[in-house]
Design a protein around this ligand. Structure first.
Ligand code: EZ4
Ligand code: CO
Length: 416
């Protein structure tokens, strides 16, 4: 039995999980949230959103996770993580690891509230004053993308990801129909887009030459190739981009086979980032240990929560690889809140992606983080500082949406 004297913030009876529920809502886009409640009435929230596959995670949580949560001690975060990871027998995979992440983040949130401390303090305290973020500047052509980068700079951003359309392609990746609201999952069945690598390899170096000429060298510039290149093509792009000093080139080639990154490395010193689709430390082990990347993007919601991503960050730190968490709008404000606390602590933090959510989303998920001078700042409220307004959430029913797919001109399926 635990010594009651050491239980300054509640006994194990107070910490007992008495209820947990899944909330699916669509305030501008779909989100899945897990809310856990203890006997003492403390609530914790965890994001469980897997873009385009939301209901698979919701069902996993409802049928296979929640029955196991009831009656457990909310303070046993590590044991609960191990229970759902080892105990399922079927390890890893995006659905399982997103469900585990939702539980883990909700439990860290509860721990923070019980300890009356913001999450970053539980992790070990502040390593920096604010979290460098990058925004998304998209344009149909070089002109438009250049103007968009300028708009971000004038909003105070110090780092901007730039994407532009490829001449001859109808619907290139990353180009929004509405400014500020780039939402790739826009139709019930996947939108079919087309892809052609030669035109892309031609235009991207021109875009960055123009951006440097127009906006100078101070702003950090990033680019996302979205897993569309063969390793040798990625090597060429990385080399062509060297004069423009990118902060990183993201997802240059699919990382299913990490050997591809060795080829890129051999030819270029453009920094490389990968991992937004990873869900486990095992996805990045060879890339990190082989020093084949500079930034690891696996993020809290899709890679097992704070408990697991901390292990990834610690492994990365040993090889001077820094973090650069995925932060698109399909990651809910709950993930953004948790990520900002993590970023505030992590000694090897690099940068945080930040696509602003729409107003409706912000209203459904009240939060205390804020943007100032190119950085995001986590709040000081206990836990991760993000909650869900369930009444408001109920007004936005789930709306099935899938991510687009890409095909080559001859109809072959390609990586979107
Ligand atoms: O396409 O989040 O770097 N950000 C990205 C995103 C992803 C979406 C997928 O759900 O690549 O825009
Ligand atoms: Co990306």
């Amino acid at each position: 039995m635990a010594n009651p004297q050491s239980e300054a913030h509640g006994s194990s009876r107070d910490r007992e999980i008495v209820a947990a529920r899944v909330i699916v809502t669509c305030p501008g886009r779909n989100f899945v949230t897990l809310k856990i409640e203890t006997r003492s009435g403390v609530f914790g929230a965890g994001d469980a959103t897997l873009n385009g596959r939301e209901l698979a995670v919701a069902a996993y949580l409802e049928h296979h996770v929640i029955p196991n949560l009831i009656g457990r001690d909310a303070g046993r975060i590590e044991d609960t993580w191990q229970f759902f990871y080892r105990g399922a027998y079927w390890r890893r995979g995006p659905v399982t690891m997103t469900a585990i992440a939702a539980v883990d983040v909700a439990l860290w949130d509860i721990l923070g509230k019980m300890a009356a401390m913001p999450l970053y303090r539980l992790l070990g305290g502040r390593s920096r004053d604010g979290v460098l973020v990058y925004g998304h500047a998209n344009g149909r052509d070089i002109e438009e993308a250049t103007a968009e980068v300028g708009r971000y700079i004038s909003l105070g951003y110090r780092a901007v990801r730039a994407q532009c359309g490829v001449p001859g392609l109808k619907k290139p990746y990353g180009v929004s129909r509405l400014k500020d609201a780039y939402e790739p999952a826009e139709s019930e069945l996947p939108l079919e887009t087309e892809w052609s690598t030669p035109g892309y390899l031609e235009i991207v170096p021109k875009l960055f030459a123009r951006l440097r000429a127009e906006h100078g060298n101070e702003v950090e510039l990033l680019h996302d190739a979205h897993h569309r290149l063969m390793p040798v093509e990625a090597a060429r792009l990385a080399r062509d981009l060297e004069p423009h000093r990118l902060f990183w080139l993201e997802d240059a080639t699919p990382a299913d086979n990490p050997d591809g990154f060795e080829l890129i490395r051999r030819h270029s010193v453009t920094p490389l980032a990968v991992g937004e689709v990873f869900n486990s430390i095992w996805d990045s082990k060879r890339l990190i240990e082989g020093r084949l990347i500079d930034f690891i993007r696996s993020t809290i919601v899709h890679a097992g929560g704070i408990t697991h991503v901390r292990r990834i960050a610690d492994l990365a730190a040993m090889y001077q690889v820094r973090t650069g968490f995925h932060g698109a709008t399909d990651l809910s404000p709950v993930t953004m809140g948790a990520a900002l606390h993590f970023d505030t602590w992590a000694p090897n933090f690099g940068i945080q992606e930040y696509m602003r959510h729409c107003e409706q989303t912000d209203e459904v998920f009240p939060h205390d983080y804020l943007f100032r001078d190119g950085r995001l700042h986590c709040g000081e409220s206990p836990g991760h500082g993000v909650s869900i307004d369930e009444k408001l959430a109920a007004r936005f029913p789930y709306s099935p949406k899938q991510l687009p797919i890409a095909r080559l001109e001859d109809g072959s399926m390609w990586d979107w």
